[in-house]
Design a protein around this ligand. Sequence first.
Ligand SMILES: [Zn+2]
Length: 251
Amino acid sequence: MNILVFFAHPDDETMLCGGLLALLSKSGHDVHYLSCTRGEGGECGVPPLCSQTQLGSLRELELNCAVEKLGGKTLQFLNYVDPLVGPENTLFSFTQDQEKLAMELKECIKKKDIDLLISHGSNGEYGHPGHLTVYQAVQKIIQNEFPEMFWYTVQAYYDNSPKPHLLNKADQADWIIDVSSMINEKVRAALCHKSQHDLFVRKKSKESGKSVNVAQVIQTEESYHFANGTHDILKNLPEIKKNLIDLKVRK
Ligand SMILES: [Zn+2]
């Protein structure tokens, strides 16, 4: 299959679904990456690895590195600029022009002959406006142009998740996968995003009262919502099927 991974910022691919993406590549599928921005408005690292004006170029390299570690086929940027975080951590979307974004997505789907899309969920995970913009553009393009397209959203909701604050409350998980077999690829991809390392470990370090490293915050459990398509094609791929987590058994 030709798979398109469509996210707002560099690092979303690794932190939200890196294990599945590595598994799909390893299983012989062509995984293409489309990032709306270069994460220009994010953090520059602690201590800073560059100036704020250089951050986009640095994060472009970081995403290139991560896509390679995940076994991706191509990476393309849509050249939107990620706005800076506002007072009291207010987040903004990179565009208000849904129509233009949807048309750019359509063009990419046609050019790469995409069979399956993976994107942000309906609550933008933790409500990030840029993630919500992406979700809405995908929804629109599927409704209007590709009604049969397979579409999965990341970070779907399920009870007893180890990271409930990052899940899309309105998207029920159709399946949960143990990506332990791909943990090395996922950690290597996370290590590429050097400018974001402090951000990755901040919450857990604070909670546990000691500093933790990037590998220690990488999730081995990923959950997905089957958002569109004729049947849940991913759930039935042998390499996915054998790694599914049965919550009834675990409890
Ligand atoms: Zn993001």
